[in-house]
Design a protein around this ligand. Structure first.
Ligand code: ANZ
Length: 898
């Protein structure tokens, strides 16, 4: 009896088989795979508890790659784990009163259960969760190592404060002045914390980007983030004698652990006020100097002036992120202090400007209103002099496109600049830098925009920072032997700050130096620390005595990383930095963690909403909505099924919970099976581009698989059994044409697999199947040809739909012939099969298309002419005349001229 296509049965059987043979356990130096290792990994998911189709697409890409490469002879490793620390667990705790650890582990179990039916080739032996002490112990260990070598340090600094999550944010986590998670307006606060000196690696991070197989736009985003500027750093001098008294001595403190808040005193040391400029050629146009509100000079000036102090206070609203500051309305106050111009000695007023960033350069700028847009706006507002010193094609500062002017440094020459008059940009900068250097006041400098990475978070659910605060010895590292510092996993945050601050069990400890009662640090690490190196830990599962072991040297660097473009800066930059520090500490031998990066596109779906009286949108699930069509079949509005009332179309949007347009993989799998879910998520479009969800598309994928299954079931018994080897020379013309088609498509599929274009791989499978369906399989060669074509078809489709692939492979007896499809070698394209024995040439009469002739592929000109003169077309159009001319375009057409 013919078996129905029953996905759950077929998929269950395939998965039982894979489980029984532990199919996906990756072993270092596995001799079965001649091509060596291939490490393919999807970005670590946050265990939210719910798998969505975006995950499915991401993991399906990874899985298709896994299966194709394994068939190609690679020892492929594909791990999975959990980004298990972080705020959502704490927020859920506040909402539901359940401990974050419980919530997290429950979610992990749920998500794993949702992943399981998809048949993904994960090596679960390598699974890790960032909240496992066996993992985060090594965050702490490495932090202490970084502290030893000065990469990690403690300082008090103005930071971005998220007032909703009550925590510090890194600059990277502030987007348009708002917290990346909460969207709350970020504030400035001055608090102590731990920093990692990523800025020391700025040049290397920039340099080694070049050789990476990453999307160009991700490289550009990183380049911009690192932000290399070549310019001049120099000092204005001042005589504010009482300043020296306030610049406390920070040099004697211990290098890494000293509270470095006062180290900025260097900025006003020796009566010097330093600035960084990329336009030293405009130095003669300086009419004021502006410092950041947090600049020590501003603090000093405010001590005697309450209005200034109030202004500085007001500037604290809003984040310290640059993009935010750039768009802010320019505001400032004069400090009443003045400095002298280093080259002319002219006295210049010092202002506090809200557009000056404390965290960039020296936190101060030379104000050149004639040539800088921000200085210009500032000078106009406060009526400061504007002095043009660059002649740009005869124009001065007004009515000018500032951006072009600023960027096009090559066109201008110095004017009103004394000895520098007539010099172009480079010559002027060189000459001015040399003069400043001769005075001992400055030099050329490369400045990076990249800031050190602040990793302290005032939150509970993260890796404890392994520091002990002793009343006598201050901040003291926890001894290595005492690691891990365990996070109590039974606390339930209630929204009133970090519960670690109230947990005496955790807090109480002894100073490792003097044994006196001390307190533990309660800040925890940014969760980007966890994701900075988890992919290496996958390579050394269970390694108790080392962060990573020799197995890491085998698998790393990763051959293919797969994830979302949203990680272009944060995670990917931190991971690269972390790797370089590991290299410098002798833990790894490579420079870069991810040789190739693939950023998958998003899944989109229709969205529908109704607006209530106060303009609030309520979103409906697409399944709740019925779309109406006009008589031409065009969509014409939509109604909610339950009440028949209209809803508005919100457009095709990224699947998101907030718009209720998420498709749950569980429902798709229950209805159609995992192979359909996988097939659709690959077929929907090129994996690197976004693709729209379509119910009818899913349905179509299911029907294709069912057709394939039914066709195989209906094959007569003798065709389901192994055949004699194919003798291609014995094939007749239609059979040869079919084989040619199959091998051509195979060749294309191979190419597409290699460039990760999995949507066209699916169409290749469909084409082969169509050819097979149209074929005639009589006779012994027919049998052999069907077997060859069908095995190629299954191999082409198997990486995408492994369950049905495995099922049919086994059932049609291919397994007995060639072994398990999991490890079957990718089918070879037979070059002979591609050779065309016959060609069809277009036949024209006096340039008009009249028909076609078939000739042997290697026919001579004479043979082609013979064929044409013997053709029906010739008989019909010649009227008994001889052709004046026969034009042959080889391989394409023949034109008869009468
Ligand atoms: C004078 C000048 C004249 C400037 C001119 C520009 C144009 P990039 O290229 O992004 O590195 N700057 C320096 N430190 C700053 C700070 N802490 N906050 C805000 N702005 C700062 O930009 C360097 C330029 O940004 C510097 O060159 C400085 O303004 C400003 F026609 O100096 B320039």
């Amino acid at each position: 009896m013919q078996k129905q296509y029953n996905p759950s049965e077929i998929e269950g059987a395939a998965q039982d088989h894979w489980r029984a043979i532990d199919a996906y356990r990756a072993i270092e130096h596995d001799p079965r795979f001649p091509k060596g290792k291939f490490y393919a990994c999807s970005m670590l998911p946050y265990p939210s508890g719910k798998l969505h189709m975006g995950h499915v697409r991401n993991y399906a890409i990874n899985d298709v790659m896994y299966r194709y490469l394994r068939m190609s002879g690679y020892n492929v490793m594909m791990p999975m784990g959990w980004d298990a620390f972080g705020l959502p667990a704490e927020n859920a705790a506040i909402d539901k009163g359940v401990a974050p650890s419980k919530w997290t582990y429950q979610n992990i179990a749920d998500m794993k259960a949702q992943m399981q039916p998809l048949g993904l080739a994960f090596d679960w032996n390598r699974e890790l969760a960032a909240c496992d002490p066996a993992y985060y112990k090594w965050n702490q260990w490495f932090f202490l190592k970084m502290l030893e070598c000065g990469i990690a340090y403690r300082k008090t600094q103005v930071v971005n404060w998220d007032p909703i999550d009550n925590t510090v944010l890194a600059n990277e986590q502030v987007i348009d002045g708002r917290g990346w998670r909460t969207n709350a307006l970020v504030e400035k606060r001055e608090i102590p914390g731990y920093y990692l000196a990523i800025s020391k690696y700025a040049d290397q991070l920039l340099e080694s980007l070049k050789d990476l197989g990453w999307p160009e736009r991700v490289k550009i985003m990183q380049e911009n983030w690192i932000g290399r500027s070549v310019g001049v750093r120099f000092a204005f001098t001042h005589q504010i004698h009482d300043l020296n008294a306030t610049s406390a001595d920070a040099t004697s403190a211990d290098a890494s652990l000293a509270d470095a808040s006062l180290a900025d005193a260097r900025l006003i040391d020796d009566g010097r006020l330093y600035v960084f400029t990329t336009r030293a050629d405009t130095i003669m146009g300086v009419t004021f100097v502006a410092v950041a509100p947090e600049h020590p000079l501003a603090t000093v000036a405010a001590q005697q002036n309450s209005q200034l102090a109030a202004f500085i206070e007001q500037c604290k609203k809003g984040g310290v992120a640059e993009a935010d500051i750039a768009t802010r309305e320019k505001e400032g106050r004069p400090t009443g202090l003045s400095v002298s111009h280093p080259l002319t000695g002219e006295a210049l007023p010092v202002w506090i400007g809200n557009y000056v960033l404390m965290s960039y350069g020296d936190g101060a700028v030379m104000g050149v209103p004639a040539h800088d847009e921000r200085d210009f706006a500032f000078a106009l507002k406060y009526q400061l002099p504007i002095r043009p010193v660059i002649d740009v094609k005869g124009q001065v500062y007004s009515n000018t496109d500032w951006q072009t002017w600023y960027e096009d440094k090559s066109t201008g020459t110095c004017i009103h600049s004394g000895k520098y008059d007539g010099l172009g940009y480079e010559a002027a900068v060189d000459s001015i830098a040399a003069d400043l250097q001769a005075l001992g006041l400055g030099e050329k400098k490369i400045q990076y925009r990249l800031r050190d990475w602040g990793i302290s978070r005032q939150r509970y659910w993260g890796t404890p920072i392994p520091i002990i605060h002793c009343p006598e010895h201050g901040a003291t590292p926890v001894p290595y032997a005492d690691l891990p510092v365990r996070l109590p996993d039974d606390l339930v945050p209630d929204g009133s700050g970090n519960p670690l601050n109230r947990d005496e069990r955790f807090l109480k400890c002894q100073c490792p130096i003097c044994g006196k009662p001390s307190r533990r640090e309660t800040d925890t690490m940014d969760t980007f620390v966890d994701s900075a190196w988890y992919y290496m830990r996958y390579c050394s599962p269970g390694s108790d005595n080392a962060m990573v072991d020799a197995r890491n040297d085998y698998w790393m660097p990763m051959d293919q990383y797969i994830g979302g473009i949203e990680h272009a800066v944060l995670h990917l930059l931190y991971a690269r930095f972390w790797t370089k520090v590991m290299r410098d500490l002798g833990l790894v031998k490579f420079d870069e963690p991810f040789s190739n990066l693939f950023t998958q596109g998003m899944l989109l779906n229709d969205s529908y909403y109704r607006e209530d009286a106060d303009g609030k949108k309520r979103w409906f699930y697409p399944t709740e909505v019925e779309v109406r069509y006009d008589d031409k079949g065009r969509p014409n509005g939509a109604v909610v099924r339950s009440d028949g009332e209209p809803v508005s179309l919100g457009g095709i949007e990224k699947m998101s919970k907030s718009k209720n347009n998420v498709v749950e993989p569980g429902a798709i799998i229950a209805q159609y099976g995992a192979d359909t879910a996988r097939l659709y998520s690959m077929f929907a479009g090129p994996p690197d581009q976004s693709a729209a969800w379509s119910d009818s598309g899913v349905e179509g994928c299911f029907r294709f698989l069912r057709r394939l299954w039914n066709y195989a079931q209906a094959l007569p018994a003798h065709l389901r059994a192994p055949s004699a080897p194919l003798d291609a020379s014995k094939l007749d013309e239609p059979a040869r044409a079919l084989r040619r088609e199959v091998h051509l498509v195979l060749k294309q599929a191979e190419f597409d697999y290699q460039r990760l274009q999995y949507n066209t791989v699916v169409s290749a499978g469909m084409k082969i199947f169509n050819a097979i369906e149209a074929g005639d399989w009589e006779g012994p060669q027919g049998h052999s040809l069907l077997r060859e074509s069908f095995s190629i078809l299954l191999c082409v489709l198997y990486p995408v739909v492994p369950h049905i692939g495995h099922g049919l492979w086994t059932e049609l007896g291919f397994e007995r012939e060639h072994g398990d499809i999991l490890d079957v070698r990718w089918p070879q394209v037979d070059a002979q099969a591609l050779v065309q024995s016959e060609l069809e040439l277009v036949l024209q009469v006096n340039g008009k298309l009249r028909g076609a002739v078939k000739v042997a592929a290697d026919a001579t000109r004479e043979a082609i002419e013979q064929a044409v003169l013997g053709s029906e077309v010739f008989a019909k159009y010649s009227d008994g005349r001889a052709a004046k001319k026969i034009i042959v375009v080889p391989g394409r057409l023949v034109n008869l001229v009468f």
